[in-house]
Design a protein. Structure first.
Lengths: 635, 509
């Protein structure tokens, strides 16, 4: 079934939905412009703006629910943004089940992370600036998902890239943070080239770039065009969502403060690629080759991320590998078409909860351990920080797919959908689940159980309430979110007007053969991790390990590859170009000028040469002029 | 009301008054200059509000005979394209004046302080004149005369290698200008209408060979001015040696005369030749985009770096002009304006940094953000505008140029897209080296922006952000003018492969 028609809307809360974006944007502007004057209360303003935006999102959600299922796609026109010759972009917001799901996730989880950051950043002299950037991020991310056209999406897309750049490099006195921020931006720009190209082709094909004017007409375009559009958009999605081959920036992005990693680099921004693919579903569905590529990218990344996760001792980097891997699952599902969209988004939301909860949990641990990130120096923390332990544990159980918790419903949904589509994809996804079982258990046991391997002088303690309450709320989502979204096909039915529905609705089983097999594989991974990192002593210095371990530790040589293929040739090219420009073109010019003047080399000492050259060039020009007159010959 | 003549007259009179200020009263000279430039700005805004985008092409037109024997007229008037460029010039002048407050005080300056400021006003009059001229000969006169104040601004108040840079700038420009003079005179005689009035010369030259030669005469002059690769090597020297304010006017406004000339004269007077040479020009533009960006990455001097980024940006503009689509044309025109604000902000901030630290080497800075957060923050905003971040006005123009070019020339547009990535590299790497990391010993005492400097930068940042979210006022003025230009060139307008509107109509009927 086709998605429902997009209709104009005005009035009501939906008509005021632009407030969702405007409020955090205003917050960011105030915090940045007032400078140190708002240092004392700045964080409260940031939190208030984010919460206000959440309230608007909730109200819009209920108003949308109040409409009939098939009239839940509303466009609110804002203003004439870009009137040009053929291109005329009217900026508007599209409120539909897909966009409001994201808006709730962004503002909901976003607000919790804002609150958590009050505690986490309490001693940072630039806390106000931090909240300004967080607000900026929320505004840009909401524009990304709410815009009713590809240009609006693109503005939000690069806007979140900017926020990500600013926040990764927040502690910019650290060179590593500054480099990581730059890397994230540049790699994302490579992806953005793809997104821009996709928009160009959409425009030359349909003559407009609004969703309403293009997606319903996708069927009129040729398969070749749709494939080109889809692959170009996919390149953009790979950049933003850290999918292979543009994955390398995400691990470095962990240089940013931990709440940033939780909000931007786990729960929301990095899932924008999945949003793009699902939103542009009409194009992908007309391009089976592109869909195949999406699923392959998904599977490769879900395995690559999981393998990287197994070898990291840095808790945040292990979680980052896990994020890559989980987004790989979502991408895989998104590549399956309408059969996978709902479960992709359900997993995305569930992941938003449990991954944010674990990142914030990791932040709580770091807070307790003097910012230590090396898990080999953790161990036995369960007894000293109970709330963090329990909430993290619930997130951990959710992600590995422990029966009845969130991941159990959403990830198994993806595996089953993949299995029905293509056995190879399905089994690789099962393998990924097994590796997930291993690396997440490793992380959990290394951190909270086993012998205490703390550095001297470290006295861990539970974090303050302003940090633990967000953990508790998020862990509730980690436990029940998946069941809520999947049971009764709730997400599927809710999203159907926005993304269409396949011929038959998926059947939800609490227990299935594939589910049991997956559970068994996960159990093997988890038990193996228990034997090696729970029961056995964990060495405080990482053992050398096999070449496979090195392979995983070095991020599967992704950076080495980039350096060999792009960075070093690029540096050479730059050097050659600079040399060529100074000696080649300019040398030629200076030589020529000197030759004309007959005063070779004098030009550099123009104090004396100037008048002569000047006179000479006048003479030269005059000669040319006379010559031309002869040629033209009628004066 | 003879708006345009008044706009030119006020700064000329102002320049005389500034020159007449008694010696030793530099402060008065500066204040007077600032006041005059603000009056010009106010007058321009008053004129702009009376401009009717839907009205006739040449508005506020004035035509007087000047040299009747040759049909030379003092003829001025503006369409949307000229109007926004004049607006760019008069917005930048007061900003530059305020930014240059102490620039002419340097001990090694060869001329007096008041001379510098009166030169700025003379230049302002000429910048208005060159965009307003509707007589080809008058345009040529302004085109050449503009060199003189700029030559003195670089040569007398510039950096260590100012003489070399000033002469190189002058020779290059004169070379181009003379080619253009030949073409102007040939155009006059071949048209045989005994007039230099631009509107009467449109469509007159029909012979293809003649068109090509005349086109080249104009085009090379404009390509040197713009500058288009490979005519660019004078720009990094001139921009790096010029005082920051002069660099802003040079790269921000004077160079736009080149791209403006291409759009106005090359396209409309010689449409067939323009189409003939389009593949060549687009190729040079794309080379310029990529080449300029790559060479910019390799620079160690921040002003040279900014100059090379401009070469890359000018590639976008010329590509947009010669793509000959409504979107690319509007984008290219808007690009000329936005680039002025963006590069202006970068050059001025670089100037503030150099003024403080006394070095233009990137490696002499480091960790400035910590000691001067406002300076670093505005520098970042200016840098982000240079890499065309969405939300800033430069993005709108670059997007329009690229999408408009893509309508007709997909491959060049795709190659040009790589400029997006390269721009991120040159800007963010420069920012990383100068502003982040541990604070270098030599910049520990670097003061943040003072009030005057904040007043200088604030309007530029406001314009970049404002037109980034709301470019409509500029586009509404530009669009009809671009449409008229393309009508003279006679190109088939772009049509989408699957027209959405037609489909909907079909369904409804």
């Amino acid at each position: 079934m086709e998605p429902a028609e997009i209709v104009q809307h005005s009035g009501g809360v939906i008509g005021a939905s632009w407030l969702m974006i405007a409020l955090p944007l205003l917050g960011a502007a105030i915090l940045l412009l007032t400078g140190r004057r708002s240092d004392r209360a700045g964080h409260l303003l940031g939190v208030a703006m984010s919460l206000a935006s959440f309230v608007v999102a909730v109200l819009v959600f209920f108003e949308l629910i109040g409409l009939g299922a098939d009239s839940r796609r509303r466009v609110v026109e804002l203003y004439d943004f870009l009137p040009s010759g053929s291109l005329d972009v009217k900026m508007g917001l599209l409120l539909d089940p897909l966009s409001i799901s994201f808006a709730l996730l962004i503002t909901g989880v976003g607000s919790l992370i804002h609150i958590y950051s009050i505690g986490y950043m309490a001693h940072d002299p630039n806390r106000r600036r931090f909240f300004a950037y967080l607000n900026l991020f929320v505004a840009a991310m909401l524009l990304l998902v709410l815009a009713d056209n590809y240009l609006g999406l693109y503005i939000g897309w690069e806007g979140v890239g900017l926020a990500s750049y600013l926040l990764i490099g927040f502690w910019q006195h650290k060179p590593s943070a500054a480099v990581a921020a730059k890397k994230a931006f540049i790699v994302n720009r490579v992806g953005d080239m793809g997104l821009a190209l996709g928009i160009f082709v959409i425009f030359t094909t349909f003559g407009t770039i609004s969703y309403a004017g293009t997606l319903p007409l996708a069927g009129n375009a040729s398969t070749g065009t749709l494939t080109l559009i889809s692959l170009a958009l996919l390149l953009g999605a790979c950049g933003k969502s850290a999918q292979v081959p543009l994955q390398s920036w995400l691990l470095d992005a962990m240089e940013g403060p931990t709440p940033v990693s939780a909000l931007i680099h786990a729960a929301t921004m990095v899932t924008a690629g999945v949003y793009l693919v699902v939103r542009s579903g009409a194009f992908f569905e007309g391009a089976p080759t592109a869909q195949l590529v999406v699923t392959i990218v998904g599977v490769v990344t879900l395995l690559a991320g999981a393998i990287i996760g197994t070898a990291k001792d840095d808790i945040k980097k292990a979680l980052a590998g896990s994020t890559m891997s989980q987004i790989g699952y979502m991408m895989l599902a998104a590549g399956l078409g309408p059969a996978g969209y709902a479960v992709a988004i359900a997993h995305l939301i569930a992941h938003g909860f449990f991954k944010a909860s674990m990142f914030l949990g990791a932040g709580s641990v770091m807070h307790a351990m003097n910012d230590e990130v090396n898990m080999r120096r953790y161990g036995g923390l369960a007894s000293v920080m109970k709330i963090t332990w329990i909430t993290f544990g619930l997130g951990y159980l959710a992600i590995i797919g422990f029966p009845l918790l969130s991941g159990y419903w959403t990830k198994d949904g993806i595996i089953e959908a993949a299995m029905e589509h293509n056995q190879i994809l399905g089994w690789l996804a099962v393998l990924g689940a097994g590796i997930t079982g291993f690396y997440m258990s490793r992380l959990f046991f290394m951190t909270f159980h086993g012998r205490r391997r703390w550095e001297e002088g470290v006295h861990p303690h539970e974090s303050p309430a302003v940090m633990t309450w967000p953990l508790i709320i998020l862990s509730i989502g980690s436990v029940f979110g998946g069941a809520f979204l999947i049971l009764g096909n709730r997400m599927f039915e809710f999203l159907a007007p926005a993304v269409g529905r396949p011929e038959e609705a998926p059947t939800v089983h609490a227990i299935s053969t594939i589910g049991l097999v997956t559970l068994a594989v996960v159990a093997v991974g988890a038990v193996y991790a228990w034997l090696r990192y729970g029961r056995a002593a964990v060495p405080e210095v990482a053992p050398r390990g096999s070449f496979l371990t090195t392979f995983a530790r070095r991020d599967l040589y992704g950076d080495a590859l980039n350096e060999a293929l792009f960075m070093r040739p690029g540096q050479w090219l730059t050097r050659i170009a600079v040399f060529f420009d100074n000696r080649g073109i300019d040398g030629l010019v200076n030589g020529l000028a000197a030759a004309i003047g007959g005063t070779s080399g004098r030009l550099r000492r123009v104090q004396t040469g100037f008048v002569r050259s000047y006179a000479l060039s006048i003479f030269f020009g005059a000669a040319l002029l006379v010559g031309a007159w002869f040629v033209v010959g009628n004066l | 009301m003879p708006w345009l003549s008044i706009l030119m007259g006020v700064p000329v009179l102002g320049a005389l008054a500034v020159a007449a200020v008694p010696k030793g009263n530099d402060r008065l000279a500066k204040q007077l200059t600032l006041a005059v430039s603000l009056v010009v700005l106010a007058l321009t805004l008053a004129m702009a509000f009376q401009f009717d985008p839907a009205g006739p092409r040449d508005q506020f037109a004035e035509v007087y005979r000047w040299i009747p024997a040759f049909g030379v007229h003092y003829a001025v008037g503006v369409d949307g394209i000229a109007l926004v460029l004049i607006a760019l010039a008069v917005v930048l002048v007061p900003i530059v004046v305020l930014a240059s407050w102490h620039d002419a005080d340097r001990p090694d300056a060869r001329r007096s302080v008041k001379t510098y400021f009166s030169l700025i006003l003379v230049l302002e009059a000429m910048m208005i004149g060159v965009f307003a001229a509707t007589d080809v000969f008058l345009f040529y006169v302004f085109f050449e005369a503009m060199l003189i104040p700029m030559y003195f601004m670089i040569g007398s108040y510039g950096g260590a290698q100012r003489s070399y840079a000033a002469v190189k700038f002058l020779l290059y420009s004169l070379f181009g200008g003379l080619l253009m003079l030949v073409a102007v005179i040939a155009l006059y005689s071949m048209a045989g209408k005994n007039t230099f009035l631009f509107p009467e010369l449109i469509g007159v030259i029909k012979d293809p060979t003649a068109q090509k030669w005349l086109f080249l005469g104009f085009f090379i002059a404009f390509a040197v001015k713009a500058p288009l690769w490979p005519f660019h090597t004078w720009l990094p020297d001139a921009a790096a040696q010029a005082p920051a304010g002069a660099a802003v006017l040079l790269v921000g406004v004077l160079d736009k005369v080149g791209t403006y000339g291409m759009l106005r004269f090359c396209l409309e007077l010689f449409p067939d030749a323009a189409k003939f040479f389009t593949p060549l020009v687009i190729t040079l533009s794309v080379i310029g985009i990529v080449y300029g960006a790559i060479v910019a990455i390799g620079q160690t001097d921040m002003k040279r770096l900014i100059a090379y980024t401009s070469i890359s940006h000018f590639g976008f503009i010329t590509m947009g002009v010669f793509a000959m689509t409504a979107d690319a044309g509007a984008g290219a025109t808007l690009y000329m304006v936005n680039h002025g604000f963006s590069t202006g902000a970068l050059f001025l901030l670089a100037g503030f940094l150099i003024h403080r630290r006394g070095s233009h080497h990137i490696s002499d800075y480091g960790g400035v953000q910590k000691v001067a957060p406002v300076l670093a923050g505005t520098f970042l905003v200016a840098g982000l505008s240079s890499l065309s971040l969405p939300g800033l006005s430069t993005f709108v123009s670059e997007f329009l140029v690229l999408i408009g070019t893509f309508e007709r020339y997909a491959v060049p547009s795709i190659i040009a897209l790589s400029g997006m990535v390269l721009a991120a590299v040159y800007i963010l790497w420069m920012y990383q080296r100068m502003m982040t990391g541990p604070t270098a010993e030599s910049v520990k005492a670097l003061p943040d922006l003072n009030v005057r400097e904040k007043i200088v930068i604030a309007p530029l940042v406001a314009l970049l952000i404002g037109f980034g979210f709301f470019p409509k006022p500029l586009l509404d003025v530009i669009n009809p003018a671009v449409k008229q230009t393309l009508t003279s060139v006679n190109v088939t307008p772009f049509a989408p492969a699957v027209p959405a509107t037609a489909e909907k109509k079909g369904a409804g009927q």
